[in-house]
Design a protein around this ligand. Structure first.
Ligand code: GLU
Length: 320
């Protein structure tokens, strides 16, 4: 069976979601990174990119916010592009930690067993793996150009965020060196941590994230630039990583209630992938206690449920 949805229906439901939640004041901006604490909490944008390249935008979709942990997906893709699916599994892993994004206990508990590139520890390991090993400048270029490929346009470093995060990332420094202790970092630990911090400080828009999500949903072909960015066979691997741990210790609840694999970041962005259908992104700074944007979650859930879309429905979807 195939479900049919019109583009105007999708536009209408996205506009309803924006209208319904724009005045919601629940949650608060991330406060452990000083720059993020001061972002306007009323910003709110929703963007949907269809696989024909058409983008639906509502609200603040051109505002550049900190990509933060959503970048973990992008760099996991880069590592998959450079090393392939098997090596990622062996060198980092693909298991949920069931613990918060910055957990040190997770590393201690699983010291003989790698975890996922979508929590801080695995993401720092992923940065350490980016080729060419030993060359921080070239590694950074590879990270940025991979994000540019996926989004169809370049991200821009938010210097103030990078500075703010570098000055306060004590927990992540411990993670980098603990990983080194367990031989789970494959380049210089300080350099790997710096690359991770810098990638989290890249400014990105909701529109760009929806295009990146659509590239994953479209088996590696960016629907806007029409360029094949990664091997189509990697697409289900990426979506499986996102499904397992995209919302950290809240991932099961998220998937159960929203029906879409999605990745969050403490900058307020959420990027959702509906394979074969669309990429969706929402952005609003105030977060719940697990570090996930309150309004972005509400908006994406509303759109999915209202349209009866669900990755587990087992039905094809045609958007025309
Ligand atoms: N840069 C943030 C950190 O490492 C990212 C956390 C997140 O977005 O979940 O703490």
């Amino acid at each position: 069976m195939e479900k049919k949805i019109t583009i105007s229906q999708l536009q209408e439901v996205a506009a309803q979601a924006h209208e319904q939640f724009k005045d919601n004041t629940d949650g608060k901006n991330a406060d452990y990174i000083p720059y993020l604490a001061n972002i306007n909490p009323n910003l709110f944008g929703i963007s949907i990119c269809l696989l024909n390249g058409q983008v639906i935008e509502i609200g603040d979709t051109s505002y550049r916010f900190g990509i933060e942990s959503v970048s973990k997906v992008h760099t996991a893709i880069l590592v998959l592009r450079q090393y392939g699916a098997e090596k990622l599994l062996k060198m980092i892993g693909a298991d949920a930690t069931g613990l918060p994004f910055n957990s040190i206990i997770a590393i201690l508990l699983e010291n003989d067993h790698p975890s996922t590139p979508l929590v801080n520890a695995g993401a720092i390991t992923a940065c350490s793996m980016v080729e060419p090993i030993g060359d921080s400048g070239k590694k950074w270029d590879a990270i940025v150009s991979n994000i540019t490929d996926l989004c169809g346009s370049a991200p821009q470093l938010i210097d103030e965020l990078y500075k703010s995060e570098s000055e306060t990332n004590f927990n992540n420094r411990s993670i980098a060196w603990l990983l080194k202790n367990y031989n789970r970092i494959y380049d210089d630990p300080d350099m790997s941590l710096d690359l991770y911090t810098r990638q989290c400080s890249l400014g990105i828009t909701a529109k760009q994230l929806s295009v990146a999500a659509a590239t994953i949903a479209n088996r590696g072909m960016n629907p806007v630039t029409q360029r094949q960015i990664f091997d189509p066979e990697l697409s289900p691997k990426i979506t499986s990583l996102i499904s397992t741990v995209g919302f950290y210790e809240r991932t099961g609840d998220w998937l159960y209630t929203s029906g879409i694999p999605a990745k969050t970041g403490v900058g307020g962005g959420v990027m959702g992938v509906l394979p074969g259908v669309m990429g969706i992104s929402a952005f609003a700074p105030p977060l719940d206690e697990s570090g996930n944007s309150v309004k972005a979650q509400l908006a994406i859930k509303y759109i999915m449920n209202k349209l009866g879309l669900n990755v587990f429905n087992g039905e094809g979807v045609a958007i025309e």
